[in-house]
Ligand binder design. Structure first.
Ligand code: PRX
Length: 661
């Protein structure tokens, strides 16, 4: 056990509730407890408080149009432009020299963009995209690592009214191709490479490979991140160098396109129960207002702050809380290219010290890794600039919460544990740091205006302390509007479980996020995890079906079942149970081929922790794989649940023996 931990255990272990300090409360953006009642009484007009954080070209007159549930419309007769809201208006307000983006590369190289710099480059790149043929409503795919050109490209798209679809750089060529095909996206912005633990990775090779599987023609823009360290690819006929395009447009300006509030701002693909990723559609008005409102009220961001969310922009957390929320509020947002342990395990603390970061937002998986490395790393740095800490992405156990609170926040910074999803656009369940008591392990109450409940399979509220299903009964501005070109799947995935699908009355429609949860007597919600076939590896959401289909694509594999098993750093890890075809052997080489199959199909994040070869999978008499049992085995549980309904119970002990714990 690392030094300091014992003391921490003793002093904090018993404490179940924490209050924000008087100093924090004195300066917090939201401190009036009455806000919960105010939102309830004035619902839905209470959401104008979010709408009012934006500048509208034409003001909306109706907050919510719920006449056709679940196709809700927010601020729908208003018009605005997201890029104008994240850049131009701050310059008009005299903030042109304020730093918008502070970027640091893994090797320690830095770039700083003031709002004026951002304005210039976003305009020039928007002009370049327009010259390439991008028109309003064309989907532009951005397959980029953490370089400043990523938020610049997002904002350039927003300026043109062209929705972006960002594909996480760690995803494979195949994953890129699937997403471009699904969105009919004819434009791609990508990058030659980036640094990971000191290596210059070749990203363009992956992008090119993906493009080969896209049926339609594509114009591609390539950012030169690596310079001389690059991999020597020459650009092909439909590929353009980012710097050249921007230089050609020097000084050019693009009038921000006036978008309807309900017009699409972006698409973001996420994993679901089936093998096909879901294209979540977010809007210009409701999403941006919600991202700004939650960044203001929960992250407590003010424009004078230096704020750092250590997520990747390739996920929703980076969209809402590296780019749109913070920039809409006119603050300084930090971006870091690399990993937290390169060159040393104090890298993040070094950056907090160097930039005097005020607010820091990360994932429990990272906190668990920091704990494992020991408190000497944060202790060697000055973290006194910090005012607020946040977590997102997966449940945080009380011990990790307390470690974060003590060793990073010096027992002086509130910790907000924020529950939300790609689909919700922004935070939904968390304490407000200037108001609420914090209870480690519990995210907190639903935010003002959010009507979240814990129910049983019949939709009846369960008693405090009992496990149930999380549901949301009222719409909110940041919610997804549909799945791209698939309204039917949108209804089936999120609404069918608890709604009266024939009703026109919004009260009969209930959103189901597919999480299990429980609630306590103070209405604090503890999230218990997914109840569908989605697993959460290091805060990344992966569909087990997607991984299984990558595995059965490997030559020699007959059948596969993938489950999540507990992992002390990653939260969950991928366990793959595999049946081979006759004539194939469960060798190390076969195992390696399966791992590569998953990396090629999805990306290294989905790499199985263990591949377990078995002649059979435990199946019920109706032929359904009993996943619960496979999870229990992956978790090393000795006492397994009921196996009497299995048609092949004898296989269980055999599989159990093969899993290494
Ligand atoms: O299971 C919940 C978990 O992450 C899921 C959403 O994943 P994704 O769409 O990738 O978005 C992650 C970042 C917003 C949820 O259904 N989750 C997210 N935040 C928390 C959480 N589980 C527990 N506590 C949280 N704070």
């Amino acid at each position: 056990m690392a030094e300091g931990d014992a003391e921490l255990e003793a002093r904090l272990a018993e404490q179940e509730a924490f209050e924000p300090s008087d100093d924090f409360v004195a300066q917090a953006n939201v401190t009036d407890e009455g806000i919960y009642e105010e939102f309830e009484e004035n619902w839905p007009e209470c959401w104008d408080r979010a709408g009012d954080l934006l500048d509208w070209d034409s003001e909306y007159t109706q907050t919510l149009d719920d006449s056709n549930p679940p196709f809700y419309k927010w601020f729908s007769d208003g018009t605005l432009n997201a890029s104008y809201n994240c850049i131009d208006r701050h310059i008009e307000n005299g903030e042109k020299n304020r730093v918008a983006i502070k970027w640091e590369g893994e090797l320690g190289d830095t770039r700083t963009y003031t709002y004026q710099d951002l304005y210039r480059e976003v305009n020039e790149f928007a002009a370049a995209l327009r010259d390439l043929g991008v028109e309003e409503d064309d989907v532009v795919t951005l397959y980029m690592p953490m370089v400043p050109e990523l938020p610049i490209a997002m904002l350039a798209c927003a300026r043109l009214g062209a929705p972006h679809s960002v594909v996480f750089a760690g995803f494979s060529a195949e994953a890129l191709a699937t997403r471009m095909q699904s969105a009919d996206s004819e434009y791609l912005v990508t990058c030659d490479g980036y640094y990971r633990r000191g290596d210059a990775l070749d990203h363009l090779e992956k992008a090119n490979e993906g493009l080969e599987s896209v049926d339609h023609d594509t114009e591609t823009v390539v950012v030169d991140r690596l310079g001389d360290a690059g991999h020597g690819h020459s650009l092909t006929e439909n590929q353009y160098d980012y710097d050249e395009l921007v230089a050609e447009q020097s000084g050019n300006r693009i009038e921000p396109v006036e978008r309807g509030a309900e017009d699409m701002l972006f698409l973001m693909y996420t994993s679901g129960t089936t093998g096909q990723p879901k294209g979540v559609k977010h809007t210009t008005g409701g999403y941006l207002a919600y991202a700004a409102w939650t960044a203001h009220s929960v992250l407590d961001i003010e424009k004078e702050d230096t704020y750092w969310c250590a997520a990747d922009i390739g996920w929703i957390t980076g969209h809402s809380y590296i780019v749109y929320g913070p920039l809409a509020l006119g603050t300084t947002t930090v971006m870091y290219e690399g990993t937290p342990d390169y060159p040393e395990r104090d890298r993040l603390w070094e950056l907090i010290e160097k930039y005097s970061v005020d607010i820091f937002y990360t994932a429990p998986t990272a906190i668990r890794a920091f704990m494992k490395w020991g408190s000497k790393f944060p202790e060697s740095r000055d973290l006194s600039s910090l005012r607020l800490l946040g977590t997102v992405g997966e449940p945080i156990n009380p011990r990790a919460w307390k470690w974060y609170y003590k060793h990073i926040g010096d027992e002086d910074c509130p910790v907000v544990d924020t529950w939300w999803q790609t689909e919700t656009g922004g935070m939904m369940i968390t304490t407000l740091p200037g108001i609420g008591t914090m209870k480690p392990g519990s995210a907190g109450p639903p935010l003002p205006g959010i009507d979240a409940n814990i129910v049983d399979t019949n939709g009846e509220k369960v008693e405090a302390g009992r496990a149930g299903y999380l549901t949301v009964n009222k719409p909110w501005p940041g919610m997804l509007r549909t799945l791209y070109k698939n309204d039917e799947r949108f209804i089936n995935e999120y609404w069918a479980e608890y709604s009266d699908l024939d009703s026109d009355d919004a009260d009969d429609w209930v959103y189901f996020p597919e999480d299990g949860a429980k609630i306590d007597d103070d209405d604090y919600i503890t999230i218990l995890g997914r109840v569908d076939d989605v697993i959460n590896v290091s805060g990344h959401r992966l569909g087990t079906m997607e991984i299984e289909s990558a595995i059965v694509g490997v030559e020699g594999v007959a059948e596969a079942a993938v489950v999540g098993g507990n992992h002390d750093v990653k939260g969950e890890a991928v366990y793959a149970y595999v049946i081979l075809e006759d004539g194939y052997e469960g060798s190390d080489e076969m195992s390696q081929r399966i791992v590569e199959g998953v990396e090629d199909g999805i990306g290294p994040i989905a790499r199985p922790e263990q591949v377990i070869f078995t002649p059979e999978l435990p199946k019920t008499r109706s032929g359904k794989i009993m996943r619960r049992l496979l999870e229990e085995i992956a978790n090393g549980e000795e006492e397994l649940g009921d196996t009497t309904t299995l048609r092949n119970p004898e296989i269980v002990a055999d599989i159990q023996q093969k899993v290494q714990k």
